[in-house]
Design a protein around this ligand. Sequence first.
Ligand SMILES: O=C(O)C(=O)C[C@]1(C(=O)O)C=C[C@@H](O)C=C1
Length: 125
Amino acid sequence: MSTAPADDFDPTASSLSGKVADEVMAELLAMRSSIDNIDATLVYLLAERFKATQRVGHLKAEHHLPPADPGREVAQIARLRRLAEDANLDPAFAEKFLNFIISEVIRHHQAISETRNGGSSAEGA
Ligand SMILES: O=C(O)C(=O)C[C@]1(C(=O)O)C=C[C@@H](O)C=C1
């Protein structure tokens, strides 16, 4: 059985090794352990989101619907900006992040549509 790439991960890898006091390094590594857990969660969350959007992509292609839904995006962005404000996260960052994800989703939708229908949709993208 092959080893999962994540097993090669060295949580202590750092360009700072040997350059900072041991106790500072220990504190940094403790903080990084939380960061590593959060990053792993983000990967799983994003994988789940893309699983859901892949189903949307197939539904849209099947019914010849355009890959993008700008009206939905306006509502999503306004909501995420509000949530970000409540969470003390920069709303501009939340918007940029969502737009980044959505543009990738739209690319996937277009690819699904091209594979299934040769790219034609009733209303264009
Ligand atoms: O909900 C949809 O219609 C989707 O295709 C999903 C999604 C998203 O990633 O949230 C992607 C593209 C659309 O423009 C709007 C939303």
